[in-house]
Design a binder for this molecule. Sequence first.
Ligand SMILES: *Cc1c(COP(=O)(O)O)cnc(C)c1O
Length: 351
Amino acid sequence: MKNNFDINTLVRENVLKMKPYSSARDEFEDFNTAEMIFLDANENPFETGVNRYPDPQQASVKAVLAKQKNILPNQILLGNGSDEVLDLLFRAFCEPNKDNIISLPPTYGMYGVLANINAVENKEVFLSTDFEPQVDAILDAANEYTKILFLCSPNNPTGNSFSDESVVSLLQNFKGLVVIDEAYIDFSNKQSWLNELDEYPNLIITQTLSKAYGLAGIRLGICYASSQVITILNKIKPPYNVNELTQKRALERLSDQEKIQLEIDSIVVQREDLIKVLHKVKFVSKIYPTEANFILIKVDDANKRYSELIAKGIVIRNRTTQPLCENTLRLTIGTAEENKKLMEALLAISS
Ligand SMILES: *Cc1c(COP(=O)(O)O)cnc(C)c1O
């Protein structure tokens, strides 16, 4: 446990000082229960199903997530995809043209893009050749202006999750916030870092309904952190950042955990089947260990194999330009039928 951690030393000064926007729904919150006539938000009174503004705090969705994840609702912030959550983190903690963040390529591209948008330096410390964080190099790269370290685990595009030892060492020794992006956690046998939130006040976890939960189209990202961090993010988030349709759809889906688990199980089975076939494909020289719903492979010529698959009607991701990823391709696991077509195409190209 870090006792000397004071979140306010990391928050941007303008954010600390600012007064948040107060919406009609913030000022009179009892929207669902009260038999009131609502003439406070300039809405159209005629019913369309969505003529009212959504709950700015998404209380129903948070209540379900809190229960499922065994966490308090005030430790949850929801966003328009994790991409919005990540952007809020930059805007809350990183002073443009002064502060910096650390990301660990090859990894999710949005950390770097968001750093650019927010005029924040992105210090890149490459993963080791087996795609683990280089703890000492990361700590060396950090300075007094380093506010956030982004760990993506399981990592995109490599598929592995980082060793507990490295993550703990970073949580204990890195002076800023450690964001663990768990977009793919549901495909992994490893436990989420959620259970460690009370242990590490600098820990922030992001998850999403876009991958295992099958709801990429509704855009719902989740941030779990200390209630102090959540309070700061709430202060700066757009008032109605998660729309009514998204909240409804998320609630429906979250109530069907069994179906979600069946889909995840099927994807994991398909992943293992695909790995077996990949061993037989001559141009595949390496299949990287994966705990996600995709597989990174090394091939003889990524550009060539990518084009050959396109010609066969299959679109995968060419990652050859990423650091440490020369001649690699990333294959997302599809349905059994889609994977069968992918396997046939791979074998046909390779013979
Ligand atoms: C796909 C992905 C996300 C999801 O982003 P959303 O905005 O929630 O759809 C987040 N992080 C990583 C590493 C991803 O690969």
